[in-house]
Design a protein around this ligand. Structure first.
Ligand SMILES: [Zn+2]
Length: 281
């Protein structure tokens, strides 16, 4: 009997899956892999214009609905919420909320993720890189907890009598720094504020450009399935308005990042120079 291939993506907010590694998720679901998504929060802190809010009782409800729409577009088999609350960027008052993800002990979050890993039994687990892509505290919290959970899933210490399970491979989704450096130069020419980029103005591209580069061990070409990613991104209508930050540059940014996702293989360790085209190999 052929073993069913399963991929588990562990992320923080509704929209991380579509704006981030959505193409890869679409690619794998399309070729018959069972794709699962853990989403730690319901994006409670995201800003939402009033026109999107009609018919919903809270931002969480709206963004959960958007995520369910995106998951369908990407062919995700199941979305599992960890029921934490979205935290703001560093220093934000939202971080003091008792349910804020960034406020939780890494062991507690890891125990929840480990329990889900034991149930699903994925061969491949994918999460954020060590700086959470752009230093968002929730992304970093999920990176740390997933690192721990990856090993804890096979450890009796973290088990509630569930059958232990060890996934085979762990990857971090990465943004090649060369590309970010290029974008910083280009955006500066057009007088875009590179220190407060993105819809929530919480992305410091200049800082990211100076961050260390992670090895690019796997590149997934999802060009054939890019439409699925676009469709999923459009589900997050309340998060799509980038204001007046040079829309043609934002589009260019999207075009240039579309078609391929890059990953670092964190476990098992591989030579830096290794480049592969399949996360299961
Ligand atoms: Zn996020």
């Amino acid at each position: 009997m052929v073993e069913t291939k399963k991929l588990l993506s562990v992320l923080a907010h509704p929209d991380d899956e579509s704006f981030g590694m959505g193409g890869t998720l679409a690619y794998y679901s399309s070729i018959g892999v069972e794709v699962y998504l853990i989403c730690a929060t319901r994006g409670e802190v995201g800003e939402v214009e009033p026109e999107f809010f009609e018919g919903y009782s809270s931002i969480a409800e709206l963004r959960e609905e958007e995520l369910r729409c995106a998951a369908k577009a990407l062919g995700i088999k199941e979305v599992i919420f960890l029921d934490y609350r979205d935290s703001g960027m560093q220093g934000s008052a939202d971080n003091d909320h008792p349910q804020a993800l960034a406020f939780q002990s890494v062991n507690d979050v890891a125990a929840k993720i480990a329990s889900i890993i034991r149930k699903i039994k994925p061969q491949v687990v994918v999460t954020f890189d060590p700086v959470g892509g752009y230093h968002h505290p929730d992304h970093i919290a999920i990176h740390d907890a997933t690192m721990l959970a990856f090993d804890a899933a096979s450890s009796i210490e973290f088990s509630d009598g569930e059958e232990l399970f060890q996934p085979e491979k762990l990857y971090f989704h990465i943004f090649p720094k060369g590309f970010i450096r290029f974008m910083v130069k280009l955006l500066k020419i057009f007088a875009v504020d590179v220190n407060h980029f993105g819809r929530n103005k919480d992305i410091d591209l200049e800082m990211l450009a100076g961050d260390k580069d992670y090895p690019r061990n796997a590149v997934i070409n999802f060009k054939k399935y890019a439409k699925m990613k676009d469709e999923a991104s459009n589900c997050h209508a309340s998060q799509l308005n980038f204001g007046n930050q040079a829309p043609f540059l934002v589009n260019l940014f999207r075009k240039m990042t579309s078609g391929r996702d890059s990953f670092m293989q964190a476990f098992p360790e591989v030579p830096k120079s290794l480049k592969k085209t399949d996360l299961f190999l």
